[in-house]
Structure formats: structure tokens, C-alpha cells
Write a protein that binds this ligand. Sequence first.
Ligand code: AMP
Length: 218
Amino acid sequence: MRLVFLGAPGVGKGTQADRVTAQFGWPKISTGDLLREAVRNQTALGIEAKKSMDAGKLVPDSVVIGMVRDTLAAPSCQKGFVLDGFPRTVPQAEELQAILTGRNLKLDQVINFRVSRHDVVTRLSGRRSCPKCQSVFHIAFAPPKIEGQCDRCGASLIQRSDDKPETIEARLKVYDEQTAPLIAYYQAKNLLSDLDGSGEMAAVYTRLSALLLGLGAQ
Ligand code: AMP
């Protein structure tokens, strides 16, 4: 299946996309992960993108669209994929449609994760990430076995620079202004399914996999 996971930062799209990949095999394509990798590798693109990311703003459409176009061309994406964090603007959505149409493909569904604003802020501000293996923890909901240390590789956990309170506020404002219009955009195309993203990760996944199986996923 070709899926888009839509929702504000912190709704759990990335975590749930990992689970979908594990169960159904469609790779996750996270533009945030691709950009963070470019930042770590200090590529020209990464150095430029970091300024927008640290300010909680969007990286220019042309940059992310180029990354997604290249990734979608990979053989691993031919049977399906889960886009996490893309598209985030109407021009990105239009470009995605053009890329897929050019390959005689179409999106199967857009899953709109719904979580209260209060819960989103709690999830983002408590999130801790491993700078080495990219595992993600939460100080209250998914704490590491040893405080401050990654369970998987032992590296010291960090708080993403864009998970600091001032930046969280900026990111949510950007979501409201630039990304939320995609809900109506995909609704009009009859592609949108709402998903209650509140509560524990496992409970959310039970709802999500039931939804996907109902849509014919296998
Ligand atoms: P995420 O991990 O999806 O929350 O993304 C982290 C940051 O990467 C965002 O706050 C943006 O600065 C940038 N970013 C990720 N995806 C996109 C996108 N589709 N368009 C523009 N900027 C993006």
C-alpha cells in the first residue's frame, strides 16, 4: 500500500510507521529522518536545512520534494511505502501526486492522526532521542532502562534541538498554518481516514492495523 501519515508533530506518526513497516514490510520514508541524516553528515543540504529545522520552520519545498522523488525511485519502495512527515504543504502534495502519476501509481490512503494539543506538547517535550542509532524514548511513557542511556546501543540520549519548548510552539504554528489544510485537501479526494492517536502506542497500533486490514492491507 502507498500511505501518507498526516498529523501534527508529536502525534506518533514515526513510531506507528515503524510498526507498519515491521508488520507489512512497506518502508517508512521520513523526510525529518532524511534531513537529520543530512545534518549529521554535514552535507550542503544539511547545513542549509538545519537553520529552518532549529527554528521550527519548514525546509523549502524544492529540497524535500527532491529527496522524496529520489527515495521513491528505489526498488524497495515499489510495493508500497509509508510517508511520514511528507507532504506538509499543498504544493508538496501536488508534487507527490505528479511523481506518482508519472509512474502510473496512486496513493491508497492518507491516515490523519488525531491527538489533543495538550498530549502533543507532553509527548514532544518528554521525547529523548539517541544520536547514534536514532532510537526514540520518552521520559514518562517509554523511559530507557538506565536513565539518559540508549537501551539499544548505550549512547547518551539527547533532546532534539527542535523539541525545546520555544521551538515546539513554532512547529505547531507551522502545522496549523501550512499542514492542516491538507486534511481538507485529501478529504476532497476521498483519501482521508481519521485515526484516534491518543493513549498508549500499542493501543494506537491496534486501531491502526485494524484500519489498514479493513482497507485491504496484507
Ligand atoms: P519531523 O521529524 O517530521 O518532525 O521533522 C523535523 C523537521 O524537519 C521539521 O520541523 C522541518 O523543519 C523539517 N521537515 C521535515 N519534513 C518536512 C517537509 N515535508 N517539508 C518541510 N520541512 C520538513
